[in-house]
Write a protein that binds this ligand. Structure first.
Ligand SMILES: [Zn+2]
Length: 135
């Protein structure tokens, strides 16, 4: 199942007693969420809506795969990212959860990725020496 619309009818979810979904989405819809060095190759979204007295609670999870570059050697590498999100809806209206997914995806991107634990920093140091002409 592939889904590019992120709208949910809270009234219908209340009537149905909840809703659970899991789907892949179009990576092009999320191109603004990551830093320029990281490009998404897959995004999967899980949502679970459940009733709590008069409100509807949403818990969701974003799982993504992306290509980025090692912050030490600059080599291209693949990373797995994952982040959860949640929200409460009181009103019986149609809601769009795309901003929640965007935010979770942004938060899931690591500040620095390293291709392997012992990746040498030498290349970076050489680069810095040239750049700042340190002797
Ligand atoms: Zn590396």
């Amino acid at each position: 199942m592939n889904k590019n619309v992120f709208e949910y009818d809270i009234k219908k979810i209340k009537r149905d007693g909840g809703l659970t979904e899991n789907y892949d989405s179009d990576i092009g819809l999320f191109s603004d969420c990551l830093s320029p060095i990281t490009s998404l190759s897959r995004i999967n979204i899980s949502v679970e809506f459940y009733l709590n007295e008069n409100s509807v609670l949403l818990t969701g999870k974003v799982d993504a795969k992306a290509k980025t570059v090692c912050s030490r050697c600059g080599k291209e590498m693949e990373i797995d990212m994952s982040e959860e999100f949640e929200e409460t809806y009181e009103a019986e209206e149609t809601v769009n959860i795309k901003p929640l997914i965007d935010e979770a995806l942004t938060l899931s991107e690591p500040l620095k990725s390293v291709c392997q634990n012992d990746c040498s920093q030498r290349q970076v140091e050489n680069f810095e020496l040239k750049r700042f002409k340190i002797k």
